[in-house]
Design a protein around this ligand. Sequence first.
Ligand code: 4AD
Ligand code: MG
Length: 465
Amino acid sequence: MFEFVTARELFELIQVGSQIEKDQLEYVELDGWVRTNRNNGSIGFIELNDGTYFKNVQLVYNKGDESYDLCASLNTGDAINAYGVFKITDGGKQPFEIILKKATLVSKCDPSYPLQKKRHGFEFLREIAHLRPKTNTFAAVFRVRSVLAMAIHEFFQNQGFVYVNGPIITGNDCEGAGETFTVTTLDDLSKGYKDDFYGKHTNLTVSAQLHAEAYAQCFRDVYTFGPTFRAEKSNTVRHAAEFWMVEPEIAFADLDDDMALIEDMVKYCITTVLEECPAEMEFFNKMIDTSLLERLNHVVNSKFEVMTYTQAIETLSKAIENGVKFENKNIEWGMDLNSEHEKYLCEQVVKGPLFLINYPKEIKSFYMKQNADGKTVAATDLLVPTVGEIIGCSEREADLDKLLEAMNIRGMNIDDYTDYISLRKFGSVPHSGFGLGLERIIMYVTGVQNIRDVILYPRTVGTIS
Ligand code: 4AD
Ligand code: MG
């Protein structure tokens, strides 16, 4: 029997181990790109990657074959069509190989092709961003990215959440940090925005939350999943100016309900990636972070820890007394924690994911529900080892007077938020939500340490390609 096949089908066939199907498959045809080619003058081996599976398919060619000369001339990057006999290699390094009967050149790769067999560093590869998916590391990262995105949709859809989209161009700055990209058609802004496209200042969204809240007040459980933009001048390994955020919003729900949802979602995401990307995850565990699989398996099987902000401040102060070195040593209640503090808490203290709850209201956003102590808000950040914050979460302030007070204290223009505020008058119920940075969770599950290496075309302060 003859079949056009993909590498994925062949590798899956091997895994399932059905002898009948394997026996039926004799001649196969597939196409792909040459990763490596070696030959000793009488026998040669081509590692072919067809894009459907992480691992390469081994093609074997022999002196005297019809396509021997062509095969021997092939270089890394060439695209070919291959036809041959499928053979299981019991006990071999490869589970199977294809004994080539005929190869056809589809496209010759220019000798200037910069990717060669050796291992290339992340920094070098960032300079040829568009070729990165042709490397093992990036093929694995972007496959995991796709599987994670699907897992997120599945997780929410399975529980009846409605997928909604907020606008990309908006007049609000949800996080109130003033880190927005202005959207304008004007070259000259000296006369303000009166003559601009919308007749007022607008920007790219920093969060779809305020719009998601409107949907949650009718559908109850909703989520958004979309691009998000922040003109944060933080040149760090975990900040991008353009990233993707998942923002669920749940009605009749408090912070505890929200945290339970987060824990379930993170575990579901990890489990799905472990199940659906075993080859990729093995690769990360070998090449990027040798404790990755152990760590992720532990996370799936353990309860996330919870610590209050106040306890965190005490813990950090004690750590300094005990000789732990931080760049920022001025630990005091009311401060915003730095990444080094967050990492210390989850990596050294609880050694796993950590919900840090009840932050001082002054360092958090206007929409967060004020706790009865008058000082803190019902908010949490989920901190994880190796990355730090991957989720920002809170119960929303449902009390109109308290909401207005929080906005006034921050000097916000109430008129820009009339629709949002009116939600508090029309059957408003307790509700909560969170934002998960897609790139941050990709970093967490792959072990990749720089956000520039989980986005093909990263936009970060000072660079765009
Ligand atoms: O903590 P943040 O700012 O929370 C919000 O935007 C809320 N409105 C979410 C909500 O409750 N609906 O951002 C949420 C998450 C962060 O925890 C982080 O994972 C990611 O978004 N994030 C970034 N990721 C990459 N680059 C940046 N510059 C990011 N800023 C935030
Ligand atoms: Mg945050």
